[in-house]
Write a protein that binds this ligand. Structure first.
Ligand SMILES: Cc1ncc(COP(=O)(O)O)c(C=O)c1O
Length: 432
């Protein structure tokens, strides 16, 4: 293509990375490129796609909505698609989450949650409660606040001066246990650090934010449910708000609609995005309890939550989200999810036995292997080699350094998922 203006692609180094592939169309799990390739999208295009590309039901819903109302300012106005979405989400959420606040994507859903948590205590005349706790290996997005609560990584390194201080506590990374124990015999001692911190500084701490049960970009780290349950109990004890970032885990990825459901945990605030529109439109939502929202309802104008984005509650995105949830109602989505989980379990059992594989982890539709590497981490030299190897064989997988994971759209068929795993096995045998 001959264009004066060049696209600067995300997470891409113009000097080191291959030129982007031009995608002409996509259908189901396949991407079709201009150079005649057919590629399985085994990572749901950064974890957003649920029911396949170009899903006709979602496409039709957006087209219908566009003819009626494309967008309206959400301050002082509402619209039917947004009201319908609120009603539809109610069915899936813990009943204690009673309010939803729209934003644009995962990062802004996180920014909103953090700001709500901090202002909540200001509004309650507890201005000393401002500090934030986040986990090692956490990832919450690329805007400045979301980047501050994300753990230090090559993504954040140049921006140290822009990141505000947070308390960083252990994650339940069992393969590399931060307190040197074995999962089979431990009692989740990794959480003791948070317990001590809250005992010491609970009066100053406003919130703990974490990715529930599955830390994604930090390396597809799966936590025991007891970890999340213990964190919930500690937050309650110390009057600290718990924010769960379900941007990745929401909408079925872990086997339940939300990861919190697996642990029977109800957070004070929850962030969702990615799968909410089935992967069609960008949208973020921050949910909270009555108790949180009530602190902003006041005869003092300064207690207002002064935050909003131009495209907040966009009607086309709401229409896509409604169609997505209708598919959950009408189609055997959780059977599809269970089938993926079964294939993941079978194939990870095989991969776990390979001497090049240090760990194999799974939660629901996510299956990952951590490869043994001297340079473990996002910048591992294995990453570009693996990426190219997969792509040459018609599979889109984007390893996180030496961690290779599968997170497919739910419509993937078992033979297609086996094909993805076959290519993974071949890569491990060939490249390591
Ligand atoms: C857990 C989590 N939170 C937040 C984000 C940021 O979402 P977005 O890229 O839509 O801003 C991501 C993105 O991968 C994520 O995985």
């Amino acid at each position: 293509m001959n264009s004066a203006l060049q696209i600067w692609h995300p997470f891409t180094n113009g000097a080191l990375d291959p030129a982007p592939l031009l995608v002409r169309k996509a259908e189901g799990v396949y991407l079709y490129t201009a150079d005649e390739r057919k590629i399985i999208d085994a990572i749901s295009s950064w974890w957003v796609n649920l029911h396949g590309h170009a899903n006709p039901r979602i496409a039709a819903a957006i087209a219908e909505q566009a003819k009626k109302l494309e967008h309206v300012i959400l301050a002082g106005f509402s619209h039917e698609a947004a009201e319908e979405l609120a009603a539809r989400l109610t069915k899936w959420l813990p009943k204690d989450l009673t309010h939803m606040f729209f934003s644009d994507d995962g990062s802004t859903a996180v920014e909103v949650a953090l700001k709500m948590a901090v202002q909540y205590f200001q509004n309650l005349s507890r201005p000393e409660k401002t500090e934030i706790v986040a986990l090692a290996h956490g990832y919450h997005g690329d805007t400045a606040g979301a980047m501050s609560v994300s753990d230090e990584s090559p993504f954040t390194q140049p921006f140290d001066s822009m990141r505000y201080a947070v308390h960083r506590v252990n994650s339940a990374y069992c393969y590399r246990c931060p307190v040197g124990l074995q999962r089979e015999s431990c009692h989740i001692e990794c959480v003791d650090q948070l317990e001590h911190l809250l005992e010491d500084r609970g009066e100053q701490i406003a919130t703990v934010i974490l990715e529930p049960l599955l830390q994604g970009a930090g390396g597809m780290i799966v936590h025991p449910v007891e970890f999340l349950q213990r964190v919930r109990a500690l937050c309650t004890k110390h009057d600290v708000l718990l924010i769960v970032d379900e941007v990745l885990t929401g909408f079925g990825r872990t086997g339940k609609m939300f990861a919190c459901d697996l642990a029977n945990v109800v957070p004070d605030l929850m962030c969702v995005s990615k799968g909410i529109t089935g992967g069609f439109m960008t949208m973020g939502v921050t949910l909270c309890t009555d108790r949180v929202e009530a602190a902003f309802r006041s005869d003092n104008r300064l207690h207002t939550f002064y935050h909003g984005h131009s495209y907040t509650g966009n009607a086309l995105a709401c229409a896509a989200a409604n169609a997505n949830l209708q598919i959950f109602d009408d189609e055997p989505v959780f059977d599809r999810i269970a089938t993926i989980a079964k294939v993941n379990a079978e194939r990870l059992a095989q991969l776990r036995e390979m001497h090049q594989v240090g760990d194999a982890r799974q939660i629901g539709t996510m299956g990952a292997i951590e490869l043994l590497a001297d340079d473990a981490g996002y910048l591992s030299a294995l990453r570009p080699k693996l990426y190219g190897f997969f792509l040459e064989r018609g599979v889109l997988l984007r390893p996180l350094g030496n961690v290779v994971y599968v997170l497919p759209p739910y419509v993937i068929q078992p033979d297609e998922l086996h094909r993805v795993y076959d290519v993974m096995v071949e890569a491990v045998e060939t490249l390591l």
